[in-house]
Write a protein that binds this ligand. Structure first.
Ligand code: HEM
Ligand code: SF4
Ligand code: FES
Length: 482
């Protein structure tokens, strides 16, 4: 079985069991030594003692600011919750266990392995619908711990769980995803009761305050529209952020090195001796290249280390082509974004990087010993918001801007009223000449911009409504009068 090798590698280490105290009607208090990361896998700095919000109201999320007291937050279970019932599905190669009462409705199973997990259909699980390794990986990735697997009719912990360092991921607009050897206890130190068959190693804890199954997430955060604050909606995301960060890239590299490489006659032998954490290493490299934190440099040694691993490998063109094809295939399998902009940038890097790998691996190659880790970016200004999409609803959304109209006697301010009028695609179209998001540029070209707006020739996909043109004129005229 081609199992999650990287995970197995990590599992060789013994991890010390840590505790999270679940305060009555109050926050979670993780012990020191449990890493806290955001949804991109980037560490969140936290000073001890750490108190994590679980009422959903804190203004300092993910940390507690005592809002639960004013809100009168109560952490009892709701009688409307889905009943605690373990379902067992016998398949040809394994038994799959599922407790709907534990599910947090992340959709990971139904999105990524829909031949086995059927959204809204009975039976929910068809345990013979996929290869055993894919089944195991789907069970392990279930963030709530609702799923389990066993070769016999008992849930097998080695197969269903992973041994890894304790970590809390603050998921985007959703629960805390706790992984590793972490035990949940109440204020008196007694273990928190879990549903039948629930994983002891990975659980999702409510942080919206509305779960029907507190302290565990029941998926209610979607129903109540729980949202994390967005710091700057107009900032262009990095490729790392757009991809879904380190967890998404790691999902992808794990699939690549477990599903495609070992059984391939051309690639298998090349990677036969690879280190068990190779998928982590490549995911860290890609994170750094795609504009994320310097994970590979800090954790593994940067450019020098990466190049040293290609030297002398004598990678043949056919091997490179397959490597690139499987990479793209794994990107699909892992559910990374499939929009044209992201894929153009991703494939460009894979082509570029893999051809350099071939060059560096040749018998007489002398790669430069010290180079920075490359930083890749969207290609040719093809950024996520650079064009209206033909997808249903998207075209309209791309054309919508949120305009804050000033009152007649209020001064028109560039940052507040004018900059938001220009969409990313407007800015991109004009960047060759000036920057529509910079006050001095727009002020300098104010007359020409106004003339084009009034003539309806800018933006190219449709004229502005009159009140927007009037607002711009007010700002431009006030500037030229002052
Ligand atoms: C964009 C292209 C590529 C990237 C980003 C990449 C990334 C990496 C990284 C980061 C390492 C070092 C891991 C460590 O720290 O130990 C590595 C090693 C390696 N790479 Fe690549 N690689 C690329 C292309 C290729 C290609 C095309 C092949 C062959 C078809 C290849 C074969 C190998 C092998 C055999 C190793 C050594 C694995 C081991 O024995 O541990 N790489 N690669
Ligand atoms: S929590 Fe687990 S069982 Fe529920 S939808 Fe997500 S992956 Fe599936
Ligand atoms: S985070 Fe509260 S129900 Fe999921």
């Amino acid at each position: 079985m081609t199992d999650d090798n990287s995970v197995r590698g990590a599992s060789d280490k013994q991890h010390q069991r840590k505790r999270i105290v679940v305060r009555r009607n109050g926050p979670y208090e993780p012990e020191p030594g449990i890493a806290i990361v955001d949804h991109l896998g980037v560490p969140i700095a936290a000073e001890a003692p750490v108190r994590l919000c679980r009422c959903g109201q804190s203004q300092t999320k993910p940390f507690c600011d005592d809002s639960h007291v004013a809100r009168g937050f109560a952490d009892g279970k709701d009688s409307r919750r889905v009943p605690d019932k373990l379902d067992v599905y016998a398949g040809q190669q394994a038994y799959v266990f599922d407790n709907r009462g534990t599910c947090a409705h992340s959709g990971f199973c139904t999105d990524r392995l829909n031949s086995v997990f059927h959204l809204g259909e009975e039976p929910f699980v068809a345990p013979s619908g996929a290869r055993l390794d894919d089944l195991v990986n789907a069970v392990r990735r279930c963030p709530s711990g609702a799923l389990g697997i066993g070769i016999g009719p008992e849930r097998n912990t080695d197969l269903s769980d992973v041994s890894r360092p304790p970590q809390i991921e603050v998921s985007k607009d959703g629960p805390y995803r706790v992984t590793g050897d972490v035990v949940l206890v109440d204020e008196d130190g007694a273990p928190i009761a879990q549903n039948a068959g629930a994983s002891q190693e990975h659980v999702s804890l409510c942080r919206c305050g509305s779960s029907l199954n507190k302290p565990f997430c029941s998926g209610m955060h979607c129903n109540v529209g729980f949202r994390d604050p967005v710091t700057d909606p107009l900032r262009e995301p990095t490729l790392f952020e757009w991809a879904g960060g380190y967890p998404a890239l790691l999902d992808m590299t794990r699939i690549f090195y477990s599903r495609y490489v070992p059984e391939d006659p051309l690639l298998g032998p090349l990677f036969a001796e690879m280190s068990p954490d190779h998928p982590e290493r490549v995911a860290a490299w890609l994170s750094e290249v795609f504009g994320g934190p310097r994970f590979y440099t800090e954790r593994y040694g940067g450019y020098r280390r990466m190049v040293s691993q290609h030297i002398g490998k004598e990678i043949r063109p056919g091997q490179r082509a397959l490597w690139a094809t499987y990479m793209v295939q794994s990107t699909d399998d892992a559910g990374l974004p499939s929009d044209p902009e992201f894929r153009a940038a991703f494939v460009a890097y894979i082509e570029w990087g893999s051809r350099i790998a071939v060059e560096n691996s040749g018998p007489d190659a002398k790669p430069p010993p010290n180079m920075p880790v490359p930083r890749w970016w969207w290609v040719c200004n093809a950024t996520p918001a650079a064009r209206p999409s033909a997808g249903a609803g998207n075209a309209q959304a791309a054309n919508e801007v949120s305009v804050a109209l000033p009152s007649p006697d209020e001064a028109v301010q560039f940052e507040r009223h004018i900059r938001p009028l220009f969409r990313p695609m407007d800015r991109n179209s004009m960047l060759f000449a000036f920057d529509l998001w910079k006050e001095e540029d727009v002020a300098r070209h104010g007359r020409q911009i106004l003339a084009r707006l009034e003539a309806g020739t800018m933006p190219c996909d449709g004229a502005w409504p009159t009140e927007r043109i009037a607002l711009f004129a007010r700002w431009a005229n006030a500037g030229s009068n002052s």
